[in-house]
Design a protein around this ligand. Structure first.
Ligand code: GLC
Length: 590
């Protein structure tokens, strides 16, 4: 690995000595740090909001991030390495030369990066029920993240979504805490595993601590779900939600992100009971707690009191972001709070010690900079094959009246908004924060996959509205437009009228109709499904759409099973007592 010897300070050179323990190194570094340098280490800024790149050196900034849609001017693989190295060199040039750690939401692949493999979102991985494919997907993601120099993904989300009206339902593996625990551990181990060929490491982040998927409808933003209030007794919390975090901690997850929601009326970001008493003291978490994006700002009170409350509660690094409150204001107020002893220095030293230990364990002091040697990892054939396998395993066949697999000689009509729409099949958190429509990155649409993989004698024809070409069978791909976070909060989960019309058109042509649903959650199919010959939920499969054609043509016998129960009325969520399909439902071909 390239090292910039000239810019390594005495400290950095000393910190590479193997015979001194990390704890000892960190203690020695902290003794040398000024209050300003400690404050800098606890500050995380989205690179887009830096006033001046020199601030990284001048303020000894500890971390930068790329939030959703935050990328270099030109979204090329080399540009990402240059962006990372440019910022890291500024950090290494600071008085103590402490490297910065760069975080990103690589939540279904390195999804901010054009050309990266986009894997199924967690709801689809949950439908595989397979920790091995989750581990492989996370390892492949880490290999692509590390290739750009970035060291930290804000993943896995280990929510257990209950109310499907929540726009983040798809970020959860399952409504079942046991499955979330199993797949969450696989993801943490996959992200943090040593990366083939590349000496770099990526660290993971279990999020959002805690109860993000358990809020009460009407208590969230816009009187909906996201960031609402989670009413659970401590006993229930410990029986249902804590185990997945305990398992992630035991698996060595290096960071935990605090959640925007409240627990019994107290903002998680300001809860000492959650962040210190439970997470650090009772559960033994030794990494560091990161806030969510400007998450401390939502604590009742003015900004300075937000800072005091959250840091005293156990927040170690604050994702100020710089979009709302200026990061220099954050650092000034944190410094003031320390000088006024509103926050004890012991708390500050504990936070900085946690941050530095994670940086040592992440190998940042030994390998702070990146070269261009691993860019071929990004979107590699090997990783795309893993993606295609994950897609195959994520398809949940729920109805099949002698329609699938498509094997006999036939003309297959492919219709619907989602048939040839890479953006729609990727969903949110893809290139841009809210995702997008159409050719937003490199990949294979469902239609392309069907055309490329059609067996001899089977003709595949695109007819978006299913009203102009006659065929034997119609595959109609319907579903949700991309959304992320609260943009996806809904009070109703009905199927779009436009989608229903296309299905009607296909039926009017006398064709068998196979409906595929692209969605981040179960939706209201009950009123319509009796008119469909076959139905499969394909969730948000990502860039490797050919995995769906593998199932439709019978090259893969569907094994996907619902990781969320499917109510007659989807708005009733996982706790509904009137289910169309149970948790675990799914058909195979035999
Ligand atoms: C967002 C999300 C969180 C994400 C963070 C950084 O608001 O809540 O999941 O990791 O900000 O993008």
């Amino acid at each position: 690995m390239k090292k910039i010897l000239s810019s390594l300070t005495i400290l950095a050179l000393f910190s590479c000595q193997p015979d001194i323990s990390i704890d000892q190194k960190v203690d020695d570094i902290i003794k040398q740090m000024t209050i300003a340098e400690k404050v800098g280490q606890m500050t995380q800024i989205d690179h887009r909001f830096l006033d001046d790149h020199a601030d990284i050196k001048d303020y000894a900034i500890g971390s930068l991030l790329s939030g959703g849609g935050s990328h270099p001017e030109e979204n090329t693989h080399k540009a990402w390495v240059d962006l990372y190295n440019g910022y890291q060199e500024k950090a290494l040039a600071s008085r103590l030369g402490i490297p910065l750690i760069y975080g990103i939401d690589a939540v279904h692949g390195h999804n901010n990066v054009k050309g990266a493999t986009i894997f199924p979102h967690n709801i689809g991985l949950g439908a595989t029920g397979n920790p091995e494919i989750v581990r492989s997907v996370s390892e492949a993601t880490a290999s692509e993240v590390a290739a750009t120099g970035i060291n930290w993904t804000f993943a896995p989300c280990i929510a257990t979504p209950q109310d499907y009206r929540w726009g983040r339902t798809y970020e959860g593996f399952s409504s079942d805490p046991k499955l979330v625990l199993e797949l969450g551990v696989a993801a943490v181990e996959g992200y943090q595993s040593s990366i083939k060929k590349n000496p770099r490491k990526v660290i993971a982040c279990a999020k959002h601590f805690i109860g993000d998927g358990n809020t009460t409808f009407g208590t969230g933003l816009n009187n909906l779900v996201d960031r609402g209030n989670t009413k659970l007794t401590k006993e229930t919390l410990k029986e249902t939600l804590i185990p997945a975090y305990q398992a992630a901690v035991d698996a060595g997850v290096e960071t935990v992100m605090a959640s925007y929601n409240s627990w019994n009326g107290v903002k998680c970001h300001g809860s000492k009971e959650l962040l210190t008493d439970i997470l650090k003291d009772e559960m033994g978490f030794e990494g560091f707690v990161i806030s969510d994006w400007a998450g401390i700002d939502e604590i009742p009170g003015d900004y300075k009191s937000d800072i005091v409350t959250s840091v005293n509660a156990g927040m170690d690094m604050v994702m100020v972001s710089g979009e709302a409150e200026p990061y220099k204001k954050f650092m000034a107020l944190l410094t003031e709070a320390i000088e006024e002893e509103l926050i004890p220095m012991s708390r500050i030293d504990d936070a900085v010690s946690r941050i530095l230990k994670v940086k040592f364990r992440a190998g940042l002091f030994e390998n702070p900079l990146m070269d261009y040697d691993y860019l071929t990892e990004i979107g590699s054939d090997e990783n795309r094959e893993i993606g295609r396998d994950a897609v195959r395993q994520s398809v949940v066949l729920l109805k099949n009246e002698s329609a699938l697999p498509i094997s006999k000689a036939a003309r297959v009509i492919v219709a619907g908004r989602g048939a040839d729409n890479l953006g729609m099949q990727c969903g949110g958190w893809t290139i841009e924060w809210q995702g997008g429509q159409g050719d937003i990155t490199e990949g294979t649409t469902l239609l392309e996959g069907l055309i490329e993989n059609a067996p001899e004698g089977i003709e595949v024809v695109s007819d978006p509205l299913a009203n102009s070409v006659k065929g034997d069978i119609a595959i109609v791909v319907i579903g949700e437009d991309p959304y992320t976070e609260f943009f996806g909060d809904r009070d109703s989960l009905n199927i779009d009228e436009e989608d229903l019309q296309v299905i009607e058109n296909a039926k009017a042509q006398g064709m068998k109709v196979v409906v595929l649903l692209i969605s981040g959650r179960p939706m209201n199919i009950a009123p319509h499904i009796q008119n469909w010959d076959a139905f499969a939920a394909i969730w948000l499969p990502g860039s490797e759409g050919a995995g769906v054609s593998d199932v439709l043509f019978g090259n893969f016998n569907p094994t996907g099973r619902l990781s969320f129960p499917w109510p007659v009325k989807a708005e009733e969520g996982a706790k509904s007592e009137s289910l169309l399909y149970n948790l675990g439902a799914g058909l195979s071909y035999e």
